[in-house]
Design a protein around this ligand. Structure first.
Ligand SMILES: *Cc1c(COP(=O)(O)O)cnc(C)c1O
Length: 403
């Protein structure tokens, strides 16, 4: 199946699966095995040379995992993909692959908390340095490149303020300086954004989020523009660090992927309704959403994202107390970290996902005590609105009572 023949929606359901056993199984078979029998001399080629074709041991490759990897390669328009046991296993694999002692990594100022932790570890143990910068323009990115910079590592949209990094600007700088570009595409999913189309070398996902979409798997994916380079990582960092995905989790991801496009459409449609609703609330100061006509970065959003997706952040009048009161008043919407599930989740970044970030840095990034992040789920949007409305009324009453 060649990807250019089919739309993304079709690839999510079919790509990479051939019924080699001729059993007629429509679902991809689950090869829950750790090892594979070698053939005897009379059976054929899989012998003892150490470079056998085919399956040897599941840390090196598994037929169920392979279907997932091919499907993601098609969706991200890359050369090849590796599946990992977590998003962080994918992040650490690519950073270990690209760097050595003395190198420098240039990062967007907002990155996932554990990625930040990993960068500190690389710095402390291996003297691999990094800078987190605002990347507001091509000049700003260029001026932060040093003689030992080897790669640019970004997230866009940035959690939780939905700030965007202009992919084209990053690629222009990377090209001039011969730098590799890695994009953590978790927030958009391959349905909304394909950084390889803009020239990124690597795209990674916490598949725990939208790709699985059902809140029951931890997994990661790394796609490379250059398939051969990915195969090198398969035979080195992935094989020897060993953070591979289990066949069953790969199977669950294949199942989740079938509905990625319709889920993303619904996440987005619900988010758009809630965006209008939140903007009308007296108790809301600011709403952050990529596809908002009032967003100063709306033009960038339209250039690199097909739609706004399911994440919205907003600030509530008052501070930490009001934010927490608001959360406590919700019934249907669950207080939880993570995102991209069928269930709508809400969290308070200053005390939850970003509690470890020093306060000054948090403030620079716009993560105030009154900021809340919603991962809009797949429920009926009227029920979500009602839940939010009740919580706003409750907080409003308390504020009135106090004044
Ligand atoms: C969750 C997340 C990760 C880490 O993924 P895990 O699957 O939890 O290891 C990395 N980047 C982003 C943007 C995430 O949201």
């Amino acid at each position: 199946m060649k990807e250019h023949h089919y739309h993304q929606d079709t690839l999510m359901i079919h790509e990479g699966y051939v019924d080699k056993e001729h059993q007629g199984s429509l679902a991809v078979p689950l090869y829950q095995t750790s090892t594979y029998a070698f053939e005897t001399a009379s059976q054929g080629e899989k012998r003892f040379s150490g470079v056998e074709e085919g399956n040897v041991y599941s840390r090196l490759g598994n037929p169920t995992v392979r279907v997932l990897e091919e499907r993601i390669t098609a969706l991200e328009k890359g050369g090849a993909t590796l599946a990992f046991a977590s998003g962080m296993a994918a992040v650490s694999a690519i950073l270990v692959h690209l760097t050595k002692t003395g190198d420098h990594i240039l990062c967007s100022r907002g990155i996932y908390g554990c990625t930040f932790g990993l960068l500190s570890l690389l710095e402390d143990k291996y003297s691999i340095s990094h800078d987190l910068i605002r990347m507001g323009s091509e000049e700003e990115i260029e001026s932060a490149v040093t003689s030992n910079t080897v790669c640019i590592y970004i997230e866009t949209p940035i959690n939780p303020t939905m700030e965007l990094v202009d992919l084209q600007a990053v690629m222009n700088v990377a090209k001039r300086h011969g730098l590799k570009v890695v994009v953590d595409n978790t927030f958009s999913s391959p349905f909304l954004q394909n950084p390889i189309e803009f020239g990124a070398d690597f795209v990674l996902h916490s598949a725990t989020k939208y790709i699985n979409g059902h809140g029951d798997v931890i997994a990661g994916l790394l796609t490379g523009k250059d398939g051969e380079e990915i195969q090198k990582i398969r035979g080195s960092v992935q094989k020897d660090f060993g953070g591979i995905i289990s066949p069953f989790d790969a199977w669950l991801l294949l199942r989740g992927l079938k509905t990625l496009s319709i889920r993303m459409e619904r996440h987005t449609a619900n988010a758009e309704v809630l965006l209008r609703f939140l903007k009308k609330q007296d108790l809301v100061d600011t709403v952050y959403y990529p596809y908002d006509v009032d967003n100063p970065q709306y033009e960038i959003a339209k250039r690199q994202m097909r739609a706004g997706g399911g994440l919205i952040s907003f600030t509530i009048k008052g501070g930490k107390k009001e934010a927490q009161q608001f959360l406590d008043a919700l019934r249907l919407i669950k207080i939880a970290v993570s995102l991209g599930d069928a269930e709508t989740l809400i969290q308070h970044p200053a005390t939850m996902t970003h509690a470890v970030v020093p306060e000054r840095q948090r403030e620079q990034m716009g993560i105030t005590d009154s900021l809340l992040r919603l991962s809009v789920g797949l429920e009926h949007v009227d029920d979500l609105m009602k839940d939010l409305e009740i919580a706003f009324t409750q907080v409003g009453k308390t504020i009135q009572h106090q004044s």
